[in-house]
Design a protein around this ligand. Structure first.
Ligand code: FDA
Length: 314
């Protein structure tokens, strides 16, 4: 019921207008969104990089329902990459560690369109990867719900022929993910491991938090034993401590932690001080309302997640 109410609010323009203009919203948005446009996103990135953090930027949009929208999203990424370059933010810390990179949802660049959706998404992703390569940045393909996993990993494989630095995302809540980790743990392979954010059925995903956490640890071990570049995306203190321990045991130093903009900022800085590469995921763009509401609806537990983030700095 809560989910339906949140989704109804997400579609209601009067509620959107009230929420968008309420003073409290502005502080919530500033806390979790890098800014309404490219210039603001670049300014937020500059501040984070000055503090020793690295960044991945996600252009927020509404559902892509036609070709022109997909083209517009791809253009927004090209504009962003050019702006990051001009601001001097794309210098690399290492071959797989750009200071600023971009995260792309294939659905935003056309994957779900009828007739040739996958082809359109692949073409756009290729164009974004080409520009990212030119400016010294990388691209990571966000992972969406389980019905898109095979398609997204297929497009990743195609992209990696020319752009082997392209990052993958795997979700520990899916039963298949330990095996996907094995497939993607090869040399040079950038893999972001997260718990997963969508409501998935028990036929494909673990439902209990402890089962998801156990799967995360198994996947983390597979990635740390491989030759790739793991990117541990979690705010969970237990999993962060386990990742640090296991990395030490395996003698692996080429990996990074990732967290969302505005969530546990003090922990992000503590990990930097401890010598880790930490990447902050910065969503930006005018469409923040839909983004925050959908994150809440996908997982009403996010209501407490955001509330906790607002109340705590750690
Ligand atoms: P969870 O939500 O279970 O929280 C675990 C624990 O973290 C809490 O119990 C608490 O101890 C601690 N915690 C959290 N917030 C805190 C706070 N503010 N203060 C103190 N403690 C706090 N998903 C997806 O499906 N596809 C994708 O492509 C991505 N991409 C992505 C990138 C990055 C960089 C991140 C960080 C996350 C994603 N996700 C994602 C989202 C991910 O799947 C997941 O939904 C969220 O990260 C929440 O999961 P946690 O691992 O943080 O644990």
């Amino acid at each position: 019921m809560l989910r339906s109410a949140i989704l109804a609010a997400a579609r209601n323009s009067r509620i959107e207008s009230v929420v968008t203009h309420a003073p409290v919203s502005r502080s919530v948005v500033r806390r979790f969104v890098g800014g309404p446009d490219t210039a603001a996103a670049v300014a937020s990135t500059k501040k984070l990089v000055a503090e020793g953090l690295t960044v991945t930027l996600d252009h927020l949009g509404e559902d892509t329902t036609d070709r022109s929208q997909a083209d517009a999203v791809a253009s927004a990424y090209l504009e962003l990459l050019g702006s990051l370059e001009r601001a001097g933010l794309t210098k690399s810390l290492g071959p797989l560690t750009a200071r600023a990179e971009v995260s792309v949802k294939l659905s935003a660049v056309g994957q779900a369109l009828d007739d040739d959706g996958e082809k359109i998404a692949l073409e756009h992703a290729r164009t974004i990867c080409t520009e990212a390569r030119r400016v010294g940045a990388t691209v990571t393909l966000d992972m969406e719900d389980h019905t898109t996993t095979d398609s997204t990993l297929g497009i990743l494989r195609d992209l990696r022929v020319d752009f082997p630095e392209t990052g993958a995302v795997l979700q520990a809540y899916l039963h298949r993910t330990e095996s996907d980790c094995r497939d993607l743990a090869g040399a040079g392979s950038r893999v972001r491991l997260c718990k997963g954010a969508y409501r998935e059925p028990a036929s494909v995903a673990y439902q209990r938090k402890q089962d998801v956490d156990r799967s995360y640890v198994r996947c983390l071990n597979v990635l740390l034993q491989g030759d790739g570049y793991p990117m541990f995306a979690t705010h969970d203190p237990t999993l962060i401590a386990i990742a640090e321990d296991r990395a030490r045991e395996h003698g692996k130093t080429d990996f990074e932690f990732q967290m969302l903009y505005g969530i546990r900022p003090e922990e992000q800085r503590r990990l930097v001080r401890a010598g880790h590469v930490v990447r902050v995921y910065v969503p930006y763009g005018a469409q923040w309302y839909g983004y925050l509401m959908r994150r809440l609806a996908e997982r009403p537990a996010n209501l407490t997640f955001f509330a906790r983030a607002l109340l705590s700095k750690g």
